[in-house]
Design a binder for this molecule. Structure first.
Ligand SMILES: C[S@@+](CC[C@H](N)C(=O)[O-])C[C@H]1O[C@@H](n2cnc3c(N)ncnc32)[C@H](O)[C@@H]1O
Length: 221
């Protein structure tokens, strides 16, 4: 935010908030997570948050560019780029990843969430803002996610349900997304919690997009 402006709506660090939701429920259920999956991890911010408490995190994204950036960050611990300020004006920014001991627990890989190889099921799975970016959300919910979470494990789904033909054919958009999600997950998952989780996307120094993701936390039965 511009200097001196407070952050609206109690906004916090979205990836850290996702990890916290998973960790607090795991603690409540006495789950000691050994393995976690961040599906649609982008450049890995949430993956690094998960690795603070989970010894092995697999982070997958379909974008080769994102995974290359995430790997660079994991190896070097630092990344520099220029942030758009206004028009042609940019300013340099340096981001610092957690210590090697933490970030070294994440393995990044390129992959399509809808066509993953066989993977041993995970204790914790995060699919943050992925649902409305895949070609077939029903397949993700019905066929993919049940196989990725071990019985007794947790799944955190977040989505603003921004359906767009750029990502998903309109015939495959979920209608009444929360209820459709609950119906499609129902045979394998029980809903534990639901809350709005806001996040902010920065376009330039004075322009931000505020979105409220629907965050739902599920127990694999
Ligand atoms: C809206 S971003 C969310 C990124 C991150 N999880 C977050 O919450 O900030 C969606 C991410 O999913 C990835 N993605 C889209 N389709 C995918 C697929 N079929 N398999 C894996 N990742 C995919 C995109 O490359 C992008 O990084």
């Amino acid at each position: 935010m511009p200097r001196g402006r407070s952050t609206p709506f109690g906004l916090r660090n979205f990836p850290a908030a996702c990890a916290r939701l998973l960790f607090s429920e795991a603690k409540r259920r006495r789950i000691r997570p050994r393995r976690a999956l961040d599906l649609g991890c982008a450049v890995g911010r949430a993956s690094f948050e998960l690795s603070r408490k989970v010894p092995a995190v697999l982070a997958i994204d379909s974008s080769k560019t994102f995974i290359a950036a995430a790997k660079k960050l994991a190896t070097r611990g630092l990344c520099s780029f220029r942030l758009n300020e206004e028009g042609h004006r940019t300013r340099p920014v340096r981001i610092v990843a957690p210590a090697q001991k933490i970030r070294g627990r994440v393995s990044f890989g390129t992959g399509d969430a809808l066509r993953l190889p066989r993977l041993a099921p995970f204790d914790l799975v995060l699919a943050a803002n992925l649902l409305d970016r895949v070609k077939d959300p029903q397949r993700l919910l019905q066929k993919v996610l049940p196989g990725l979470v071990r019985p007794g494990g947790l799944l955190l789904l977040t989505s603003p349900y921004t359906w767009s033909k750029a990502f998903t054919p309109s015939s495959r958009w979920l209608r009444n997304s929360f209820f459709a999600t609950r119906r499609l997950l129902a045979p394998h998952f029980r809903l534990l919690r639901r809350q709005d989780l806001p996040f902010l996307l920065r376009e330039h120094r004075r322009k931000f997009q505020l979105t409220f993701a629907d965050a739902t936390l599920w127990l694999r039965v």
